[in-house]
Structures are given as structure tokens and as C-alpha cells.
Design a protein around this ligand. Structure first.
Ligand SMILES: [Zn+2]
Ligand SMILES: [Zn+2]
Length: 327
């Protein structure tokens, strides 16, 4: 019976409906105006959408089985390790860095705070693609060859602490209040999950003029594509301001059908390959590289960098493609 109880608690935990259920049972709806009350009802949205999308997949007979299987395994694995490390890192960093902020903002500076947060997110995500070691942490998220909401759960367990170190450092040094930081993390996390909605649920996710100001699921589909035109673009999460500033903005082009996944030959249905494959590839390159300098460069240069000078980085691939298009 204990196993059944644990399973029941895990399912309720995954769905995030525990708090909402408690509120409904007490009948005291005044808490809905509080942070706890709001989060209690927003938290279950993504898990419920994941289920709905999964059912739609079955109805349309396009269930993306491979993606769901591996992402489920990743969810279970991370459930036990990743989350706790990330929370501990954020709390530690706030304590260390807050005294060094030149000024403190108040909770009324929403837009300034959000732009600062988005900058922290851009940095973490950009380096996750441009520094080979960090790509090892981030590549698990890019392995799925179809897009659906379960991709939200596909992360290497050390990616969240790596991301939170950078985002928290940027925000706390810019004077963002810790309470505000946690509120943004929640909003951004929920929206960041939603942008993985798949074609089974929303076919055209460009959202018209709205897409000029905010990052849509369409933008994020482009980010998950390995097509030369799309590779390493759209690093933002909710406001695409920093992609415009740094020249990494790319819209979905109807003529260029998205191919999801990463360029390395891999088995996206194999948990070990999805989770550790990039580490193995990096270790091989480091081992085979001549001289200490090349070995170190492999760890910190972008994926595709080669000591022979024949680089196949995203930048080389994309520039070559764009040159051919204009020629
Ligand atoms: Zn990415
Ligand atoms: Zn993603």
C-alpha cells in the first residue's frame, strides 16, 4: 500500500494540484488575491496541458512516443536530484551577493527588473550553446526530435543550478529584491514551459503582431531546430529584446520546415545518449586532441570547433547557408 500512496503523492505533486485542492476545500477564496493563491492555480496549468497534448497526440495518432518516453525518464531522474541543488544555489547566492549591489530596486520597477532577468537568462542560454562544457549541460533539452510540452522536463540535472547561478548573480547585482526574483522565476518558468507547446495543440504559434514584442512558441520552435538557417537563434524566454540587441533573432519561415534535434548523430530514444552523449563526445575530443592547449580549448570553445581549423560551429554553418542564399 505504501507504494500506491507514494505513487499517488507523486502524481498529485507532478500535477501541482495539491494547494488548489486545499483552497477549494476550505472555500476561502480570499487567498486568491495572494501570491500563494495565484500560484496554486497557475502551477497545475502546464502539467494539465501536457496531459491534454498527450491525449490529442493519441487522438491524432501522432503520439511522439519516443519523446514522451525519454522525457518521462528524465523527469523521474531529475525529480530526485536536480531541484534541491538549484534551490540551495539560489539561496546561497542571494546571501553572498546582495551586499555588493550598488542600489536596491523596489517591487514597482517591474519592467526594469524583467529586462534584467531576461538578460541573465540570455547569458545563461547563449553560453549554454557557445561553450562546449555548458552545451553538455544544455544539450539534453535539445535532443527531442518532436516538439511537445513534455520537452519542458528534458533537462540535465545540473543545468538548473548552472542557469540559476548566472540569472541570480545578474539580478542580485542589479539590485533586484529576492522576493521579486522568486516571483519572476515563477512567471518565467511557467511561460518558459508553455513555449514548448507542440503542433498537435497549436499548429501555427506565431501569434501575429504579438510575436513582435514577446517570444512565441514559434520563436522557440525555431530555437529547437537544427536547420542551418535556424541553428543558435532566439535565446530569450519571454521578451525577445536581447535577441534583437545581439543579432540572434530569427522568425519562422514557412518555406523552411523545422527539423528538431541536434546535429550530432544520436539516438534520441536512448536515455543514456540523450543525457550523457555530449559528455562522451567531449571526452573523446579532449583525449584525441594534440597538446594541452587544444585539450583545454575543446572544453571552452563552441561545439563544432576543431583543432584542425575545420570548424563546424553553428556560426560557420549558418553563415555559409546565408551566403549561399544571397549568392
Ligand atoms: Zn537552447
Ligand atoms: Zn526549449
Amino acid at each position: 500500500m505504501d507504494i500506491l500512496k507514494t505513487l499517488y503523492d507523486e502524481i498529485i505533486g507532478f500535477l501541482g494540484i495539491g494547494n488548489a485542492w486545499d483552497i477549494l476545500q476550505t472555500g476561502d477564496y480570499s487567498v486568491l488575491a495572494t501570491y500563494e493563491g495565484i500560484t496554486a492555480f497557475i502551477l497545475p496549468l502546464i502539467p494539465l496541458l501536457v496531459l491534454l497534448e498527450f491525449i490529442l497526440g493519441l487522438v491524432y495518432k501522432k503520439p511522439d512516443t519516443k519523446v514522451y518516453k525519454v522525457n518521462f525518464l528524465i523527469y523521474v531522474f531529475n525529480r530526485f536530484v536536480g531541484r534541491f541543488i538549484a534551490i540551495a544555489m539560489v539561496v546561497l547566492l542571494i546571501g553572498w551577493l546582495q551586499p555588493y549591489a550598488p542600489f536596491q530596486t523596489s517591487a514597482t520597477w517591474y519592467w526594469f527588473i524583467y529586462i534584467v532577468w531576461e538578460f541573465g537568462h540570455f547569458l545563461y542560454h547563449y553560453w549554454g550553446h557557445k561553450v562546449r562544457l555548458f552545451w553538455c549541460l544544455h544539450s539534453t533539452h535539445h535532443a527531442p526530435e518532436n516538439m511537445n510540452l513534455s520537452v519542458t522536463y528534458a533537462h540535465f540535472f545540473l543545468e538548473a543550478p548552472y542557469a540559476d547561478i548566472i540569472r541570480t548573480t545578474v539580478c542580485i547585482l542589479a539590485g533586484v529584491e529576492p522576493a521579486m526574483l522568486f516571483a519572476i522565476m515563477f512567471i518565467d518558468g511557467t511561460y518558459g514551459a508553455f513555449i514548448h507547446v507542440g503542433e498537435n495543440m497549436i499548429k501555427d504559434a506565431r501569434f501575429g503582431a504579438v510575436g513582435k514584442f514577446i517570444l512565441t512558441p514559434s520563436h522557440h520552435r525555431v530555437h529547437h531546430a537544427k536547420n542551418p538557417l535556424y541553428i543558435d537563434t532566439n535565446f530569450c524566454n519571454l521578451l525577445n529584446i536581447w535577441d534583437h540587441v545581439f543579432g540572434t533573432y530569427q522568425e519562422e519561415n514557412r518555406e523552411e520546415k523545422i527539423q528538431y534535434g541536434i546535429t550530432r548523430k544520436m539516438d534520441s530514444g536512448n536515455f543514456m545518449d540523450v543525457y550523457f552523449g555530449e559528455f562522451v563526445a567531449l571526452a573523446k575530443d579532449v583525449w584525441n586532441a594534440p597538446g594541452l592547449k587544444n585539450k583545454i580549448l575543446y572544453i571552452f570553445m563552441p561545439p563544432g570547433w576543431s583543432h584542425t581549423g575545420e570548424h563546424q560551429t553553428a556560426k560557420v554553418v549558418r553563415d555559409e547557408y546565408l551566403k549561399k542564399q544571397t549568392a
